[in-house]
Design a protein around this ligand. Structure first.
Ligand SMILES: [Zn+2]
Length: 260
């Protein structure tokens, strides 16, 4: 048996517990009677993760469900395998459920043709569709479900007391999950989700990549400012809401103006 090394009370992060990087963060939330996982990562690491869970003395039969923050391949590819092994249920946002059931390769980033990325995305049935305001009991504990769109339209975050499992909404360096039109990203929603996190009384952020960190309103403010700039920049293509230069150009055309 291995010694449990919780990162906050009742929460183990699998990469930290393993002492080496396996992939995206996989959180195990436990009480005496049952436990859940938040995300599972790639298929090739499922066996190692479940073996670690077993060595930590969590009976596999006591897994209540696997929650999915969003349907990206690096978070969700292993869901089908893990569901089979654990005979458990999968919880996800309805829009994520649709992608997971179809094994969608494009919106999940499993296939990015210009970069030669072509990964498997095994279809998996979602058993519990989760939306804003839902709650999930883990023994005597309760998780609140937040709809946290921005990186994707279907991203979920989960609140447990003063802790927020914030998915790809923000990382310790102030970066956010990839902004990509084909992925269903939305800059206005992204900023709104960050404002919600900033204005909440959550104290700790447990993201889906990188270390956990204490919520810092200054860091969040800087990221919100950056995302608000992106909303008016051509760099972000159809994710931008407008492009002020084109409005200026239109005026200059109408006036027949040339550079002085
Ligand atoms: Zn991610």
């Amino acid at each position: 048996m291995l010694t449990r090394r919780p990162i906050v009370p009742n929460v183990i992060e699998i990469n930290f517990q393993a002492g080496h990087l396996l992939g995206c963060n996989v959180y195990l939330v436990f009480d005496d009677s049952e436990w859940i996982l938040i995300d599972i990562g790639y298929e090739e690491t499922v066996d190692e993760i479940l073996e670690l869970v077993r060595q930590l003395d969590f009976p596999l039969a006591k897994c209540k469900m696997i929650l999915t923050t969003h349907a990206d391949v690096d978070h969700a590819q292993g869901l089908a395998a893990a569901k089979r092994r654990l005979r458990t249920r999968i919880g996800a946002h309805p829009k994520a459920a649709d992608l997971l059931r179809r094994g969608d390769a494009l919106q999940t980033f499993a296939e990015i043709e210009p970069q030669g990325i072509r990964l498997a995305m095994p279809p998996v049935e979602v058993d519990i569709e989760l939306s804003e305001g839902d709650t999930i009991d883990v023994g005597r504990m309760r998780l609140d479900v937040w709809h946290a769109p921005g990186h994707t339209d279907h991203q979920l975050a989960f609140r447990l007391d003063n802790v927020l499992f914030c998915a790809d909404a923000i990382f310790r360096d102030g970066c956010v999950g990839a902004i990509d039109a084909h992925h269903g990203s939305n800059l206005v929603d992204c900023a709104a989700t960050l404002r919600r996190i900033r204005d909440s009384d959550v104290e700790w952020l447990l993201p889906s990549h990188g270390p956990i960190f204490r919520k810092d309103p200054e860091l969040l403010g800087a990221t919100i400012g950056r995302i608000e700039q992106y909303q008016h920049m051509a760099d972000f293509g159809t994710c931008a809401v407008d492009w002020p230069l084109i409005d200026e150009w239109e005026r200059e055309i109408a006036e027949g103006r040339l550079p002085p």
